[in-house]
Write a protein that binds this ligand. Structure first.
Ligand SMILES: [Zn+2]
Length: 420
């Protein structure tokens, strides 16, 4: 996951305690909820142990099955109901409600960004625990397990059903496929509130940064740089496109961005290349701004093709016209969700109850899918601290109050699902 704390205009800053007026009461006085919070604090070492053990089961993109099977086993061992793996690989466990309260999902993602063969052995140096994936998102997976266990141990009763989920495909290439399937098929129309525990810390993301990513290729016959001179050149077309993209104006608020992140092409200095390609990424928390920058980029891509083809004339050039293909790498939808939304206010009030303040931001996570569908969704941190997410040197730092992450998740879920 990635979180972006945006300028003050876009986000609500730290919320002062008395001004928080949760539309949903935080049930911190309910004895079983109190007991669950105590369990999470007392059994903090158990949570960390889950985190370490899960990290050492490799879970590359599209290859989450081994970790998923183990996660299913651990959820089932807690006595949850109907623990199963759906058609795309999400692990889903049910904790039935006592009435017709809201259905709440608490999820962490099973996938990592690391390819098969990456060494995922955990190294511990005092409170610093290192291994690829240890924070993002084995912290989230451990927190989901810990909350489920604490609810079971303490006999927390909720009117709504709570689903504890380990999902697939959150990272880049996965393109949120686990969430797309969960909200589009598996549990379509059934989820009232969605909370993703992604990464460490105590941040909250209430907005969804949408992104469009494309792989663009210009192609032609190519030839000798001297002998075939006078035909359209794919690398030159790519250069025209990049120059155009580089000059695009975007709003600073809502923060909207574009980037040509990779370029490929060419075989030698004295060859007209047969192809040239690039990877483009654009992002915004605002759907309209994202669509605007997207339209500009698509227009520039076509203009660059036309300009390069028009640059050269004569029969040889006419027979060597370039073509262009635009392949989608990924599309992450955005959506509007106010910080006044009950789910956000509940999370802020729960933080206050636990004695800390946090601030909202926008992120690109599993919560993008519900938010884009108008279903209340947030991403929260799982406590402790994260260092170097998505790098081989990734670390999780166990802080003295790291149990606040699981407690926060538990209190939000208890509030939304109607604990009593
Ligand atoms: Zn993540």
């Amino acid at each position: 996951m990635k979180t972006y704390f945006l300028p003050a205009v876009f986000i609500a800053s730290a919320v002062a305690a008395p001004s928080v007026r949760a539309q949903i009461a935080v049930p911190s006085n309910v004895p079983s909820v109190r007991a669950a919070l105590d369990v999470l604090k007392a059994d903090n070492a158990w949570t960390l142990q889950q985190q370490i053990e899960l990290t050492q089961i490799p879970s590359p993109p599209f290859k989450e099955t081994t970790r998923a099977a183990e996660y299913q086993r651990r959820l089932a061992a807690l006595g949850l109901r109907n623990v199963h793996i759906d058609s795309v690989g999400n692990v889903i466990a049910e904790r039935p409600g006592t009435g017709n309260g809201p259905t709440v999902v608490l999820a962490g993602h099973l996938d990592t960004v690391f390819p098969q063969g990456t060494n995922v052995t955990v190294h511990r140096n005092g409170s610093t625990i290192s291994a690829p994936g240890i924070g993002d998102d084995d912290r989230g997976l451990a927190v989901v397990l810990a909350v489920a266990r604490a609810f079971q141990k303490s006999g927390v009763k909720t009117t709504g059903t709570v689903y504890f989920i380990g999902d697939v495909g959150e990272e880049g290439a996965g393109n949120l496929r686990g969430m797309r399937y969960l909200f589009g098929k598996e549990m379509k129309g059934k989820i009232d509130y969605f909370i993703s525990v992604d990464d460490a810390g105590l941040g909250i993301a209430s907005g969804a940064v949408g992104s469009n990513r494309y792989h663009v290729t210009y192609k032609g016959p190519g030839g000798h740089s001297y002998g075939a001179f006078g035909i359209p050149n794919p690398i030159h077309a790519l250069g025209r496109a990049i120059a155009g993209i580089a000059d695009i104006q975007v709003p600073t608020s809502p923060k909207t961005t574009f980037n040509v992140g990779m370029i490929q092409g060419g075989t030698s200095v004295n060859s007209i290349s047969g192809s040239a390609s690039m990877d483009i990424d654009m992002r915004s928390p605002d759907a309209k701004s994202l669509a605007t920058v997207n339209d500009k980029i698509i227009r520039i891509l076509h203009q660059a093709l036309q300009a390069e083809n028009a640059r050269w004339t004569g029969p040889r050039a006419a027979a060597a016209k370039l073509t262009m293909t635009i392949d989608t790498i990924g599309i992450r939808p955005t959506g509007a969700q106010s910080d006044k939304a009950p789910i956000v206010q509940t999370a802020l009030a729960a933080a206050h109850t636990l004695g800390f303040t946090t601030r909202t931001g926008a992120s690109s996570t599993d919560a993008n899918i519900p938010i884009s569908l108008g279903i209340p969704g947030i991403r929260i941190g799982g406590g402790g601290e994260e260092r170097g997410a998505h790098s081989l040197g990734e670390s999780y730092v166990e802080t003295p109050n790291s149990y606040l992450g699981p407690q926060w998740a538990a209190l939000i879920v208890a509030a939304l699902a109607g604990a009593r």
